[in-house]
Design a protein. Structure first.
Length: 313
């Protein structure tokens, strides 16, 4: 029996590629010298897309695949997948929730500690031989402070649990009050920023949250405030953020996500009050293996006619 043909939008770790190549006929879109030629040659036979959260699957791409049945996404965010097109055309969509929750929550707190306690700067201070010659500047305590969390989904709740362990007071902004948490709900994001010492952003991507962290929110956060973004680059107005960091409207920022990744705005590289991560919140061996397994489990379930483990559409 011939193998099911799938289109991969971008590379997965080698352990996933080996398994996918063994079970499917894989077409590597990212390696195609002429993508249109590839589509015209194999598009009519493609039954699945394996993609990553930041690559997604556009309506234009899916429209070139008349036999497409499923889009399996390596990642939680599906804002780069045209879900409306998928629904209208009976195309299933899956993602990889839960398995990356703890790692992303870890990196949110890690960025907060690195930013407030100036861990990267302290490393440079020691390596450059300044220790013993000059005094390391005093930094900002994390424990016992007020933490505002924008977003209270799976990851937001995991971040809140970690912040609570630091003795922090927690309030959150979300589309609605979550009855399953004991933290204070604040429906006004500007008010939350004004209250918080630290604002951690973990809202979903998509049109509803584009530039939700704007100049007004940053002004409310204030010159002693720290912004942490582990959501999507689209959720922060980067022009406003860069200006706020340059003129010290806020104290600092810890960022795992950016617009135009990986070709980020070069001005970030000059800012000493920003800690930068290469969108690596889920970047542990354990989580990436679990994510890849879930992608493969969703594909296998679909083609076996079984219920999908983690359906989105």
């Amino acid at each position: 029996m011939p193998k099911v043909e799938i289109l991969m939008a971008g590379a997965y770790p080698e352990w996933d590629m080996v398994d996918l190549e063994a079970n499917y006929r894989v077409h590597r879109l990212w390696e195609a010298a002429d993508r249109q030629e590839l589509m015209s040659r194999v598009g009519k036979d493609i039954r699945a897309i394996a993609t990553r959260g930041e690559l997604g699957a556009s309506a234009e791409l899916m429209a070139q695949l008349p036999k497409l049945e499923i889009v399996s996404c390596y990642g939680v965010g599906t804002d780069a997948i045209d879900l409306s097109y998928a629904r209208a055309n009976g195309i299933r969509v899956t993602n990889t929730p839960d398995v990356l929750t703890e790692d992303v929550a870890d990196i949110a707190i890690g960025l907060l500690l690195a930013t407030a306690r100036q861990v990267p700067q302290a490393d440079v201070f020691v390596r450059s031989g300044q220790w013993g010659s000059v005094a390391m500047p005093l930094v900002t305590r994390v424990s016992g402070k007020k933490v505002g969390i924008a977003g209270m989904g799976r990851i937001g709740k995991a971040i809140a649990r970690r912040a609570a362990a630091f003795g922090c007071e927690i309030s959150y902004f979300a589309r609605h009050d979550h009855q399953d948490v004991a933290y204070a709900y604040e429906p006004d994001l500007i008010a939350l920023a004004g209250w918080a010492d630290f604002l951690i952003v973990i809202v979903p991507g998509g049109e509803a949250t584009v530039k939700i962290i704007n100049a007004e929110v940053l002004r409310a956060l204030g010159p002693n405030g720290i912004l942490i973004n582990v959501s999507r680059g689209t959720t922060v107005d980067e022009e406003a953020l860069i200006a706020a960091l340059q003129d010290r409207t806020i104290q600092a920022a810890g960022l795992d996500v950016f617009l135009n990744e990986p070709r980020i705005d070069a001005r970030f590289l000059t800012l000493q009050n920003a800690v930068l991560q290469p969108h690596h919140g889920s970047g542990t061996v354990e989580t990436r293996k679990a994510m890849g397994q879930l992608v493969r489990d969703n594909l296998a379930a679909h083609f076996a006619g079984s219920p999908l483990p983690t359906p989105v559409v």
